[in-house]
Ligand binder design. Structure first.
Ligand code: PLP
Length: 399
């Protein structure tokens, strides 16, 4: 047998791993309500028409060539404007890099920062590619706690305890996947202070920045004075174009402390040639065009969030924190005597209630005895899922 690398064989991705047992059921003709993947395009959300038109036009106009590795200048200009308006950051197009979505930005940033044995502080629970990619690049995902009782805000004392001489950066995901937390301004300031004290850059994932319900998102990029911040964002969530694979990141680095990291990232960017060219024209249309679609979409999402939160609150054996952003809810399993762990719980719910969730431990140790539900589908689908799930819970608890 030709052996694969340990690096690749070691990759785990809970969100897609649970699909295999779901497929087995579906093969037997059983309908499974899948609430595991955060893809708005699978439901009644599409990128706005002006973006779709711009994508088609770019292809018809012949923009089908390799572009610059760092992204086309017009898009980097549009990103500067968007981020100036949203975060008040003072950046230039040269501070911006366009990528194959946030996922490639993570690859560049981790690849450029990590030597074997280095670590990056990542939230627990956290979107799994953070741990997966840090590991892939030879690093250690050093998980800091976020506290459920406190609306899943990061625990700054725990963060401080986890920093050591091999720590290379602090990653912040806000609004958060899987918890739906929205961090307070005070928390962001405390993270920046801590980063400054230990001379660490902050990596800020803002892919859900305009997807908030009650509060507003605050970026560390908008508050930093001297701490270097790398902000990541893209077209996948707020612009509803997950499959286009287009995103960006930029440096807010007033003292130019990231000069070498920038050089390393540019080397990585050059060997992968360039991001998708026509999609960049569509992104320009998205960033500079009207945003009224978002208001309509957020009204739908809020209705779905309120519905699922209400239903989950009425189901015995679990408790739930109300999400403030994104489209995930992360209930806690209170009644634990019936299952071995959260994965056993999720598989039981799949086989018995035919609803597919993701086990919380797949998001890191602080996710244990939780599960993640995506509330993107229309209320009728959520209703059917919750009816099945409620019946399942009542039956199990009575056993
Ligand atoms: N970051 C977070 C926190 C996410 O939840 C996701 C997708 O679910 C991504 C990044 C992936 O983004 P992209 O499609 O831009 O690679």
């Amino acid at each position: 047998m030709i052996r694969a690398s340990e690096r690749a064989m070691g990759i785990e991705y809970a969100i897609r791993d649970v699909v295999l047992p779901a497929r087995e059921l579906e093969k037997k003709g059983i309908k499974v309500i899948r609430l595991n993947i955060g893809d708005p395009g699978k439901y009644d959300f599409q990128p706005p028409k002006h973006m779709r038109d711009a994508y088609c036009k770019a292809i018809q106009d012949g923009h089908n060539y390799y572009g610059p590795s760092e992204g086309i200048p017009e898009l980097r200009e549009a990103i500067v404007e968007r981020e100036r308006k949203k975060n008040g950051v003072d950046i230039a197009p040269d501070d911006v890099r366009v990528t194959a979505a946030v996922t490639e930005a993570l690859q560049f940033i981790f690849g450029a920062l990590l030597n074997p044995g280095d670590n990056i502080l990542v939230p627990s629970p956290s979107y799994p590619p953070y741990t997966g990619l840090v590991k892939f690049y030879g690093g250690i995902a050093n998980e800091y706690l976020t506290v459920e009782e406190n609306g899943w805000q990061p625990d700054i004392d725990d963060m401080r305890k986890k920093i050591d001489e091999r720590t290379k950066a602090i990653a912040v995901i806000n609004p958060n996947n899987p918890t739906g937390a929205l961090y307070e301004k005070k928390t962001i300031r405390e993270i920046l202070d801590l980063a400054g004290e230990y001379d660490l850059p902050v990596i800020s994932d803002e892919i859900y920045d305009l997807m908030t319900y009650e509060g507003k998102h605050v970026s560390p990029g908008s508050l930093t004075k001297d701490v270097p911040v790398i902000v990541m964002n893209g077209m996948s969530k707020v612009y509803f174009a997950t499959g286009w694979r287009l995103g960006y990141f930029y440096y807010v680095d007033p003292e130019n402390r990231l000069a070498e990291v920038r050089e390393a990232i540019d080397k990585m960017a050059r060997i992968r040639l360039c991001p998708n060219t026509p999609a960049q024209f569509a992104a320009i249309a998205g960033l500079t065009g009207p945003m009224d679609y978002l208001e309509e979409y957020m009204a739908k999402l809020k209705e779905r969030r309120d519905y699922i939160y209400k239903r989950l609150s009425e189901i015995p054996g679990i408790s739930t924190t109300k999400p403030q952003g994104a489209f995930y809810i992360f209930p806690r399993i209170e009644e634990r005597s019936k299952w071995k762990n959260d994965k056993d719980f999720v598989l039981d719910a799949l086989h018995e209630a035919h609803v597919l969730f993701v086990h919380g431990s797949g998001f890191g140790y602080a996710g244990e005895w939780h599960f993640r539900i995506v509330f993107l589908p229309p209320v009728e689908i959520l209703e059917e899922a919750m009816n099945n799930f409620e019946a399942f819970m009542r039956k199990r608890l009575a056993e």
